[in-house]
Design a protein around this ligand. Structure first.
Ligand SMILES: [Zn+2]
Length: 139
């Protein structure tokens, strides 16, 4: 089962009509605001790069951070997330409550460093606390 198919957490069936990717992305844009990465992010980034043992696909200053004003949001059809990273835009969306939550932010950073990896295939995902939390949930 692809229960770890994309960014984070809450797996809830979504009611209502399915939206296109573009509609969901536009909705995300409209319910989020850009923010400056807090000082903690530099250390978190270095830690994830070290765990990855790879050359980052992007550098931290190039990532646009977006705070989503919701507890979760639809990142793909039928999947609610607390964070989401769009590699083609180097844009990271994080729910407001989690902008200083290390596990959520590091998860999106790992996607950025790996250039996406939406299926969480890279070996370093085994060190990802947020993903471990999802995997541990009873299905
Ligand atoms: Zn993910």
């Amino acid at each position: 089962m692809r229960y770890v198919s994309l960014s984070l957490l809450v797996l809830l069936p979504t009611l209502g009509a399915a939206q296109s990717l573009e509609q969901r992305w536009l909705a995300l844009q409209n319910t989020s605001a850009s923010y400056e990465p807090p000082p903690e992010y530099a250390g978190w980034w270095q830690a994830v790069v070290a765990e990855c043992d790879c050359i980052p696909a992007v550098e931290l200053p190039t990532i646009a951070w977006q705070r989503v004003d919701a507890t979760t949001f639809e990142c793909v059809v039928g999947l609610r997330c607390r964070g989401y990273y769009i590699p083609s835009l180097a844009q990271a969306f994080v729910v407001s409550a989690d902008t200083l939550r290390e596990s959520t932010v590091k998860h999106e950073m790992r996607h950025a460093i790996l250039g996406g990896d939406p299926e969480h295939q890279h070996p370093s995902w085994r060190l990802d606390v947020a993903l471990m939390r999802v995997a541990a949930r009873p299905r």
